[in-house]
Design a protein around this ligand. Structure first.
Ligand code: NDP
Length: 399
């Protein structure tokens, strides 16, 4: 029986609230707070149990501390934006409340996506005896836990990991992003980067392309991107020689993105427009469909997972560990598409394990540093079943 405070009433916040509400035995009281309380109330109205709602500016530590002190949660789930990671971590530290998020800190004026400033809280959290769990969505999150599970149960040593994120869903719009457009476009327009033999290697944006035949959704084009879990996994998986991240995009998506980029609409440099400073990417976000509105329109499935390649009992082994998630089934259950669902369900599962004392510790943890077994044992019944498929150890599935 615990009180949970959820910050952020967007696509992921909706799923997290629904999923917490489905488990009153763990989350006996829920408060959903966001910049705009009407959005919290709209989510609360979808539920068949009472929850509290609140308005909070999560950029403001004092406002967060005041909300935490009045609701007195046992845990805080942060699913607002990556810009708020540091303020919310600071507020949790000051009030001694355990913290969980799904994305690493991003400075509003720079596309960096790095853990440095969150890891800098390590000593203060450890000293205060408070736990912070970082990156417990799907990727990062579930993918890190698949890696930790493979390391613990399937391999003696993992040499190579490829994270494969495929979305076979169709929302019927010519162009829309499945989660916050600003964050999504910042990730995709940045240079690609992967880690090999202890070094970061850079590629031009979307320069590396492969195809892969995904269970449940068929053959798709994949592009190499930098993604934040590479930073922690390259440090936490022993014996690792290379780790890369790949995401599927349709040709239509890439064409739209290139045009928007070529005309300057994806820039995060402010410009003067009619006497005001505006950021082109923020303006673009305002005209694109709200990701939360894609739910009722999206059909098809996602397949997200990892290919791990290494050694077991002296022999080479290669496995694909993945989940297939159906957009329409997610919408029937929690009124959201699969991208928000696959992010929110691991967040709630991680929160449960923390509240039950199964995941415990003092300090700042990336999820692969925690025991993957209780998580993997529970995530299927929470809505994200997984499978392990053996691949030909000598063949390159991304050739
Ligand atoms: P949305 O943009 O749909 O939702 C973000 C919510 O946060 C909105 O309700 C927004 O308010 C609120 N918010 C923004 N700024 C503030 C603030 N200063 N104070 C209070 N509330 C604020 O994003 P998503 O739901 O798609 O994503 C949520 C998080 O999940 C992001 O950090 C994203 O990066 C992460 N994510 C992680 C994934 C993973 O697999 N690990 C995958 C997808 C997302 P308003 O409605 O007023 O704008």
């Amino acid at each position: 029986m615990s009180k949970v405070l959820i910050i952020g009433a967007g696509g992921v916040g909706g799923v997290v609230t629904h999923k917490c509400a489905q488990h009153p035995e763990v989350f006996s009281e829920i408060c959903l707070a966001s910049r705009n309380e009407d959005k919290c109330r709209a989510i609360a109205d979808q539920l068949d149990r009472q929850i509290q709602t609140a308005q909070v500016d999560a950029d403001n530590v004092e406002a967060l501390v005041a909300l935490i002190e009045s609701f007195k949660p046992d845990l805080l789930i942060h699913v607002a934006l990556p810009y708020q990671d540091l303020t919310i971590m600071e507020a949790c530290l000051r009030t001694g409340v355990p913290y969980l998020d799904t994305a690493n800190y991003e400075h509003p004026d720079e596309a960096k996506f790095e853990y440095k400033e969150q890891w800098a809280f390590q000593e203060r959290y450890a000293k205060a005896g408070v736990m912070a769990t970082l990156g417990c969505g799907f990727d990062p999150g579930m993918t890190n836990i698949y890696c930790a599970y493979a390391q613990k149960n399937l391999f003696d040593e993992i040499h190579q990991i490829d994270i494969l994120d495929a979305n076979g869903g169709d929302h019927g719009y010519p162009f829309a992003t499945n989660f916050n457009p600003e964050i999504n476009i910042r990730e995709i327009t940045a240079n690609g980067r992967y880690w090999e033999e202890g070094e970061w290697k850079e590629t031009a944006p979307l320069a590396e392309k492969r195809t892969f035949d995904f269970d449940g959704i068929g053959e798709k084009d994949l592009y190499l991107l930098y993604h934040e879990e590479l930073e922690s996994l390259s440090q936490n998986i022993k014996g690792l020689k290379r780790i890369r991240f790949w995401m599927t995009f349709s040709e239509k998506y890439i064409t739209h993105l290139k045009v928007l980029e070529n005309v300057g609409m994806t820039s995060i440099e402010p410009i003067e427009f009619e006497g005001k400073q505006i950021t082109p990417l923020q303006f673009l976000k305002a005209v694109l469909p709200d990701p939360a509105s894609l739910g009722p329109r999206t059909k098809g499935k996602t397949n997200i997972g990892i290919i791990a390649d290494g050694i077991k009992d002296g022999k080479r082994r290669k496995v694909h560990i993945y989940n297939i998630c159906d957009h329409e089934a997610c919408y029937r259950e929690v009124q959201s598409q699969a991208i928000s669902y696959t992010t929110g369900v691991p967040a709630v599962t991680g929160a449960m394990l923390m509240l039950e004392g199964i995941w415990k510790g003092a300090g700042v943890f990336n999820v692969e540093q925690l025991d993957p077994d209780p998580f993997m044992a529970r995530i299927g019944e929470m809505g994200l079943p997984w499978q392990v498929v053996e691949l030909d150890p000598e063949a390159d599935p991304l050739a």
